[in-house]
Design a protein around this ligand. Structure first.
Ligand code: COA
Length: 254
């Protein structure tokens, strides 16, 4: 079975991370599947909303670290960047249901969703610095806008997890639910959206995003260039190797 499940029903395309044994970490082929599914949902007039979910225990552990080590994205056409550009520019509403850890891109993709529902076990983190990296997905722009500078600096410089209630307080999450109810509630909300007129959904989302859409693209490109370079540098190589070897990284020489 695929690591990304794609199911369309009642006007909602549901994308489910399905690699639970590896904590739904995302490989380059999964990014390609996600990007293709978003393109198809954008172009299908019968689809009015997309829902992204994991299961009740895990949303996503972020990028597959073995992939980062062995085949880091080489240019802006790499699947991860295709996916990020696709979700950032997606014209129809996107809903997310997040339970358990949401690491790295597991959190930053949420800044491109319109509604986010979280299980009370959700743990968000953006540990880019701890991996010798910098923010991606325009998070260096969008996190301070949403959280305020100091809370953004704490989230992005220290990279420690914050739980669902804290995410609710800063506005990243719309509602916190028991994990076993989260996906069903998000599906219900997505279907509510899908029952509305598509042209009104699209125009309203476009206007909501208009102020910053050009800035998001520009920041994503700038972050992407730095991120791509830093992936190949010693600090990140040490962090990834340490993760694979199940030991603490040693940054004393980098
Ligand atoms: N890439 C590749 N494999 C990953 C992964 C990732 N990002 N995250 C988890 N896995 C794998 C582990 O290597 C382990 O594989 P194994 O069973 O073959 O040893 C399996 O998934 C289970 O992970 P484990 O760490 O034992 O689960 P946990 O419940 O103790 O912790 C996390 C869950 C998500 C907190 C932890 O796995 C983690 O921190 N992952 C890395 C997150 C990260 O840094 N992502 C990159 C962001 S840019």
């Amino acid at each position: 079975m695929s690591d990304i499940l794609v199911h369309t029903e009642a006007g909602v395309t549901t994308l489910t991370f399905n690699r639970v044994d590896k904590k739904n970490s995302i490989t380059s082929s999964m990014y390609a599947e996600l990007a293709d599914a978003l393109d198809a949902a954008r172009d299908d007039a019968a689809v009015r909303c997309v829902l992204i979910q994991g299961d009740a225990t895990i949303f996503s552990a972020g990028n597959d670290i073995g992939d980062f080590l062995n085949k880091p994205p080489s240019n802006q056409e790499s699947p991860v960047f295709r996916f990020l550009r696709g979700i950032a520019a997606f014209p129809k509403p996107v809903v997310a249901a997040v339970c358990g850890p949401a690491v790295g891109i597991g959190t930053t993709l949420l800044f491109h969703c319109d509604l986010v529902y979280a299980g009370d076990n959700a743990a968000f983190s953006m540990p880019f610095v701890n991996l010798g990296l910098c923010p991606e997905a325009a998070s260096s722009l969008l996190v301070p806008q949403m959280f305020g500078y100091h809370r953004a600096a704490e989230a992005l410089l220290l990279g420690e997890p914050f739980m669902a209630e804290a995410a609710l307080e800063v506005g990243l999450v719309n509602r916190v639910l028991p994990p076993t109810e989260c996906n069903a509630y998000a599906q219900q909300q997505a279907r509510k959206l899908a029952a509305k007129p598509l042209s009104a959904l699209i125009e309203t989302k476009r206007l909501l995003k208009k102020t910053q859409s050009a800035a998001v693209v520009e920041r994503m490109d700038e972050e992407g260039a730095s991120f791509g370079r830093m992936l190949r540098e010693p600090a990140a190589r040490e962090a990834f190797t340490a993760f694979m070897e199940k030991r603490r990284p040693d940054f004393s020489k980098v």
